[in-house]
Design a protein around this ligand. Sequence first.
Ligand SMILES: Cc1cc2nc3c(=O)[nH]c(=O)nc-3n(C[C@H](O)[C@H](O)[C@H](O)COP(=O)(O)O)c2cc1C
Length: 205
Amino acid sequence: MTTPTKILLLTSSILGDGGQSRGLAEHFKHQVAERGDVQITERDLVADALPHLDSAEFASWMVAEEERSAEQRELAARSEAALAELFAHDVLVLAVPLYNLGIPSQLKAWFDRVLRAGQTFRYTENGPQGLVESKRAVILAARGGQYVGTALDSQTPHLRHMLGLMGIEEVDFVYAEGLAMGDRHREASIGEARQAIGHYVSSRL
Ligand SMILES: Cc1cc2nc3c(=O)[nH]c(=O)nc-3n(C[C@H](O)[C@H](O)[C@H](O)COP(=O)(O)O)c2cc1C
């Protein structure tokens, strides 16, 4: 028997089950449901939200494990859990709404826990080097307007650079855009995104 592909699915819509990115995530899950060779772990970064990273938590990372206070152990555990979960999976699926031209702050809070020097990347004389090997990512992006290919799409390079910093270079994007631009536009866009998800699942997983 082959080892199953392990997928970590992170959702971050503040609209819960009504969120369009959640809908894309559900479609992704549905597409892989029949596959015995794929396992999904799902985490709702809004329901299970991490607080903003602050100085006390950041400082806890700098203290050797055996020297941490009880409070520092608790603070460091947030990042350690996120890192362990990341390293335990092969494919990262991020369902990402566009909020105020960026990613949800809850998703940024997750990146703030996993983008750690010495853990997922290191600084070298030639610049940062990613330490996360053999992983890839797919982004399921839901947006009210249309931005792909324009300077306003800061979300795409931001996600690519954060993942790239860790060494995750293979990143695919599925976009459902124009979701606030009328029913016809929304339905067509979601239909295309669902098709792209089906294609990804059948050809890439
Ligand atoms: C707080 C908030 C901010 C938003 N900001 C933008 C925006 O800057 N540009 C845009 O095109 N759509 C914006 N939208 C629309 C969302 O991108 C759209 O509703 C999308 O479906 C969000 O994903 P979700 O449904 O999974 O939450 C915003 C929606 C909310 C709730």
